[in-house]
Structure formats: structure tokens, C-alpha cells
Design a protein around this ligand. Sequence first.
Ligand code: MN
Length: 340
Amino acid sequence: MSVPEPQWRQAVHQLTSAERVALACHVMPDGDALGSMLALGAALRSQGTQVVASWGGSPFEVPASYAYLPFLDLLVRPEDFPEVPELLVTLDCAHPRRLGSLQGRLATAGCTVVMDHHAAGTRYGDLNLVDEQAAATVVLVSELLDRLEVPLTAELAIPLYTGLVTDTGSFRHRSTTPAVHQLAARLLSTGIRHDLITRSIYDTAPFGRVQLLGRVCARARLEPEAVGGLGLVWTVVDLEDLASTGLRLADVEGVVDVLRSTQEAEVAAVLKASPDDGGWVVSTRSRDAVDVGAVCSALGGGGHFSAAGFSATGEPAHVLARLRDALADAAHVSPRARTA
Ligand code: MN
């Protein structure tokens, strides 16, 4: 459902009357979380508003592949985030728990605006600019910037394009509508170097990443009987993999996108060891039949139909067993699975 007009009008009123605005995106931010937050932050700052932006999780590091983003000076560490925000805007954050250590600000903020495009359970704000049909949160931010009459500069187009290209999987996912390409055309017409953006996101990494891909792909397992017979392919990235290749957790984001090409598997999953808490960050992708967003929500995480994740603790075998059970249940209930 698209955003009702009164919600837009009230959000514009709140954003133009607030002196200070605090922005927060989901923990372990991706291109859409960072891009939507930085574009909105820079736009508001250009209109004279005091803006800070953050996310409530460690590590508080911008992944190296997003280091080209402008407006990173808007970022403050979560411990420096205002205790009582005058106006709080959350971006690309489907559930309060995805705010991590900043979740408590929902209770103290004078007003909360939620900008998001995830399906289900996302309307926890006083105002909700939520559209499950939108391909990315940057689509909503770009409409908001138009309504705020902020001129679209090349510098603003860079974070907006970043969110659009990453959330559509480089314009490959089903969410890639004519409107997505129209927005992309508008962003490109500002003169941005889209080739440099996508090269940084997808095609630039330390040599250690190639070595790590070799290691973790060599130990990948295919389970044709899993997911109700639709197949599961999975692998593990452990602490030793990270230590021996000198990579950080944020650097191994793309492993699941290598596994997902496995044609014998409906679902791909990667368990990544988290050096901070000794737990696991699990990324999942589905081909067409199983809603991994619902599966990961049931396991305490979230995401979209074909791309989602969750965090877990315990032995990897135990984490995998829980995932296998949830995927089998999902394959059982999904009408698209039955007809696949
Ligand atoms: Mn998104």
C-alpha cells in the first residue's frame, strides 16, 4: 500500500518545523539503510536543520565498500546519539529491535517518523511513511526530498542510487519496476559515476576475500531434501576464516550471493561468526518459492521475501537445525512452493 497523503503532509510539517532531527537506521547497515539515512540527513541539513545519524550496534564501522558515500560526517556513535530526540526518523528498519541499542529512543523521542518498505509489522512510528511495494527506502526518501523541495544534486544522488542498486540486486530482483528505472534515470542524469559506485560495492575487495570465498565455498553443503524437497545450500564463515584472511564481518556480505546461484537449492544460507559477541549472523536468500523474510522474522530477524537474515547463538549445527525446521514449515505453507 502506498503512503497515505495525510502521512506525507504531516511528515513534511514535522521535518520542516523541527530544529534538530536524529536519524537511525538498522544495525549492520546495508546500502539502502546508509543511503536513505545519509541522503535525508544531508537534505535536511541543507535546509538549516541540525542533523545527526547513527545505528545502534557494534561494530560501528561503515563497510569499506561504502566508504565512497558522501555525508559520512553526519554519523555519530550510538553513545553520542541524543537521549531525547526532538524528532526521530528511522530508516529501512522494519522492527524496533532492529534499532539495536537505539531502540529505547522510540520511547523518549518527541515524535517518531518511520520510513520503510519491509512487509509487515513496520508501523511503529507516530507517522509511518511505509510502502511495502517500494523497491527500497531510498525510493521513499527521494519522494520526500521532492516534497521538501530539496534540489536533487549529484552529491545527493550518490547515496540514493546506492540504496536503489543494492536493494534491487543491481536491478535484477522482482522489485525492479519501471518506476525504479525512472528513478535511476533521474539519478544518473545528475552526472554521477554509477560505474564507480557499483565497482566499489560489488567488484572491489582485498585479496583475502577471494581466499575466503575459496575456503567457504569448498565446504558448502547441498541438502536436496531440505526446504520440503526444494533444496538448501549452506556454508559457514568462522572466526578462523576472518582471522586468517584479515577480513571483518562487513567484508563477507556477498558470500550468500555466490551460494544462491546453486540451481539445485531454493534457499541459500551463510552462517557468519560475529567476533563481537561470539554468536552468528545468518544471511539467507530464496529463489522464488519460500518467503525467507517470514522465516527469519520467526527466528528473531527480518528482511524481504527473497533476502533476509537473523542473529543466533549456540553451536552452528544447532542454528542450522532451527533454520532447517523453519524452512521446512515455510515450504509446507507456501502456495508458491507447492506450485513450484
Ligand atoms: Mn531496504
